[in-house]
Structure formats: C-alpha cells, structure tokens
Ligand binder design. Structure first.
Ligand SMILES: NC(=O)c1ccc[n+]([C@@H]2O[C@H](COP(=O)([O-])OP(=O)(O)OC[C@H]3O[C@@H](n4cnc5c(N)ncnc54)[C@H](OP(=O)(O)O)[C@@H]3O)[C@@H](O)[C@H]2O)c1
Length: 262
C-alpha cells in the first residue's frame, strides 16, 4: 500500500519508511491515517466499497468486490469507532456478528476512553431481526437497535429480552437519521461509523449529517443493476466533499473525503 495524496510527505524528513513506498502498512499506521478529528460534536463517517461501474455489491454481498487491504481498513475503522451503524438488510444479508476486541488496538482505545470494542447499532423499522443471534446475545457491548416509536411492541420487547439497547429515534415506524445521530451522541457515542447499506447511507446523505466518506474503489466491473453506495431520494443540490487522503494497493483506491464546509 502506498499514499498517493497528500503528497506533502515528499518534502518531509520524518524518520521511518516513506508512506510513498509500496509496502504493507502496520495497523498503527492505518489507525493514525484514519484518526477521527479531535474532540467536538458527533462525527459520522461512512465506509463503503464500490466497483468502477458503481456497484455496491455483487451477488448480494460486498465481499466479492473487496480485498484483503480493504478488510484491514474496514477493521481499523471499526477499531477507531464508538459505534458501528448498519441498516437491517445489511445485517441480515452480511450475517453481522458483534465487533471483536482486538489486541492491536487495545491501548489506543483505552487512551481514547473507549471500551474494548465498538457497539453495533442496527437501524430497523420492522425489527424483523433474529434476536437469538450472537450479535444480540454475545456482544462485548450491548448491541443497539435504533427504531421508530411505532415499531411493533412485541419486537421491541424481544430485542430488550435478548439484551439489546433499544433507541427510539423517530416517530411512527421510521428512524429520523439526524435524530439517530443525536441519540447515539447523547449516549456518548460520538465517533460514529456507518457501514451502510446504500438505503441507510442515502438517508444520512439526504439529512446532511454525513461528515466523511471512506470509499474504496475496487478495480472491477460487474455491470448488472446492483445498488450504488447511496440510494433513496436524491438531494436538491449535489453536496461537495473534499479529498483528504488517497491510498493505493494493487489497483484498489482507498479514498477519504470530508464534507466541504461552506
Ligand atoms: N458496498 C458496500 O460497501 C456495502 C456496504 C453495506 C451493504 N452493502 C450491500 O448492500 C445491500 C444491503 O443494503 P440495502 O441498502 O438494501 O439495505 P440497508 O440500508 O442495509 O438496510 C435497509 C433496512 O434498514 C432499515 N432502515 C433503513 N432506513 C431506515 C429508517 N429510516 N427507519 C427505519 N428503518 C430503516 C430497514 O429495516 P427493516 O426492513 O428491518 O425495517 C430497511 O429495510 C447488501 O447487498 C449488502 O451487501 C454494500
């Protein structure tokens, strides 16, 4: 892996291997490269992968368009987060499990005042989730279920009985994406990471609450009619993001964009 942007490192005399040299980065280097901004309000980052022709999945999973380095960054972003937010369909299709505590990140998390692993927050209106799965019964930190006030009461009860922390973040059966961010931040979960899927990410974009996008561009073409990384109703005006960093390995581009302040 090598850094293609920013290029300012060319002029520095910092000790250690240059980020411009193609080599395997340590997890510490990756964690430094993807650090959240210093304290402030909640910061919502998304991590997604797309093919060259814009597909966000192949055969219903993202694995086929990902690679080992993408998964290392995926794991690093999780290790930096307080909470990982995922739409219920992604949780169902990708077979989500609780986040692991990883020794490589233990000291960094402790220093940042974080527990050993991030919580997982599942966004669902129906609560049509299998609460007997390890995601709900065996997490290190209770899994959060983010739903609307009108969610089926028996499903809310089932979630709670399984040990989940139910967060009401909307009226009726729907979650208000901006309120979901606020509710999680009110619980001290301010370093937010969403892993999609596209239907959920589209709502964060439309609500104007996405601060950062870590997008892996996979050097693959799949054609077909797979979803893009963000779906749902479009925004009235394209929202501008600025490139923060660009890493490359074996043709995969690991981009990091932040919303451009106006
Ligand atoms: N390329 C990537 O990086 C990437 C990342 C993640 C996922 N994926 C792929 O994307 C696909 C799944 O994504 P998706 O877009 O179909 O679904 P999704 O966004 O993961 O989940 C949609 C579900 O989330 C719940 N939901 C979303 N917004 C809600 C709201 N405002 N209020 C209440 N509930 C809400 C609903 O759950 P209920 O139905 O339970 O009400 C809805 O059916 C999979 O194929 C997966 O492999 C790709």
């Amino acid at each position: 892996m090598r850094s293609l942007f920013p290029v300012t490192d060319l002029t520095t005399t910092a000790p250690g291997p240059s980020p411009l040299t193609d080599r395997e980065w340590t997890l510490d280097e990756l964690a430094d490269a993807y650090a959240y901004p210093a304290a402030g309000g909640p910061w919502l980052r998304a991590n997604m992968v797309s093919t060259l022709d814009g597909a966000a999945q192949h055969d219903g999973r993202s694995q086929g368009i990902s690679c080992a380095s993408d998964m290392r960054i995926f794991g690093t972003l999780r290790a930096l987060a307080d909470v990982v937010i995922a739409g219920a369909e992604t949780v169902r299709l990708e077979g989500y499990r609780p986040a692991r505590a990883r020794e490589a990140f233990a000291a960094r998390r402790a220093a940042a005042g974080q527990g050993p692993a991030p919580a997982v927050a599942v966004v669902s209106g129906s609560l049509d989730l299998d609460f007997s799965l390890p995601l709900f019964t065996e997490p290190l930190v209770p899994t959060l279920v983010v739903t609307g006030a009108g969610a089926p009461p028996e499903r809310i009860a089932a979630a709670r009985a399984a040990g989940a922390d139910v967060v009401i973040a909307g009226e009726g059966g729907r979650v208000d994406p901006a309120r979901a961010v606020r509710e999680l931040a009110d619980r001290g979960l301010t370093r937010l990471l969403t892993e999609g899927g596209p239907r959920l990410l589209g709502q964060f974009v439309a609500a104007g609450v996405l601060d950062e996008l870590c997008l892996t561009l996979s050097p693959t073409l799949t054609a077909g009619d797979a979803q893009r990384i963000a779906g749902g109703p479009g925004v009235p005006l394209p929202e501008r993001f600025s490139l923060v960093s660009l890493l490359e390995e074996a043709g995969f581009l690991f981009t990091r964009y932040r919303r451009t302040d106006t």
